[in-house]
Design a protein around this ligand. Structure first.
Ligand SMILES: CC(C)(COP(=O)(O)OP(=O)(O)OC[C@H]1O[C@@H](n2cnc3c(N)ncnc32)[C@H](O)[C@@H]1OP(=O)(O)O)[C@@H](O)C(=O)NCCC(=O)NCCS
Length: 245
């Protein structure tokens, strides 16, 4: 079923998980590994998942889901035993994180509290996100569907992401859109997915202006001083820049 090599693998994964807290959680600086192992809920959730996943892969009934359930009750982190998680995952603070059945997470990923790696409905098969190595997902972000998040990408807190994210990109907002690539402001047609031109509004605006000018021309020619009914200017439907924080 599983032997020494599996145990050795799990032990090395544990070391890397604790190391991840040391490296990426500022609150863990100067804290001993024993203290992290005993009091970091995100680390407990990942360790429990590693055990549940090994048992799940080995076809052991009941135990994987029971471990996941107990871990969820204690840490507030729900990870399906089938989810594939790479080395060095840090779930900072823990609470409110949900990682779905077909989610895949690369190495050295950081996930903050309240993150969902979820499906978008009742689809079966691959329906949860795949995160590349070294991805960071900010608190409260929802990543939905079988999307791919490229290596090193950062997802801003509270973003809702439903499309693929390129490597090294920073995505913020709802719907999530790219605001930085490799630390530089995103440019080009895909840079802003919210503020797209609205051709219908533009056409109506032009027509309004034309009617207004024809009205005043008719009034001038007929000598009729009666004021034409005012054409209300179109109100901009654009909201504040969603990348504005
Ligand atoms: C997105 C994030 C990772 C920063 O990434 P970055 O590549 O350094 O990006 P910047 O800070 O330069 O921000 C890029 C733009 O996105 C905006 N932005 C940053 N985070 C945002 C967010 N969560 N929601 C909306 N907009 C955001 C910035 O204002 C900036 O806007 P601008 O282009 O108009 O100047 C960071 O802001 C974030 O959300 N981190 C999560 C942290 C977290 O969850 N902490 C919980 C600790 S308990």
């Amino acid at each position: 079923m599983f032997g020494l090599s599996t145990l050795a693998r799990v032990a090395s994964e544990l070391r890397r998980d604790v190391g991840a807290a040391h490296q990426r959680d500022p609150a863990a600086r100067g804290v001993s590994s024993t203290e992290i192992l005993t009091s970091w809920p995100g680390v407990h959730a990942v360790i429990s998942h590693r055990i549940a996943h090994v048992l799940f892969e080995a076809g052991v009934p009941l135990a994987p889901r029971s471990i996941a359930y107990i871990s969820r009750s204690i840490t507030g982190v729900e990870i399906h035993p089938a989810a594939k998680i790479g080395k060095g995952l840090l779930i900072d603070h823990g609470s409110g994180v949900v990682i779905g059945e077909t989610a895949e997470i690369g190495d050295d990923v950081t996930i903050y509290q309240g993150v969902t790696l979820g499906g978008t409905g009742f689809a079966t098969g691959k329906r949860h996100p795949t995160l590349g190595d070294e991805v960071t997902v900010g608190s409260g972000a929802k990543l939905l569907g079988p999307i791919e998040v490229g290596r090193g990408a950062k997802i801003g807190a509270n973003s809702v992401v439903i499309t693929d994210v390129p490597a090294d990109a920073t995505v913020v907002g709802n719907p999530g859109h790219v605001v930085r690539v490799d630390g530089r402001k995103a440019v080009g047609p895909d840079a802003d997915w919210i503020h797209l031109p609205d051709p219908v509004a533009e056409a109506i605006k032009r027509l309004s202006e034309r009617i207004e000018s024809l009205d005043s021309r008719v009034a001038e020619l007929s000598g009729d001083e009666t004021e034409a009914a005012p054409v209300r200017p179109l109100r901009s439907v654009r909201g504040p820049n969603p990348a504005g924080g």
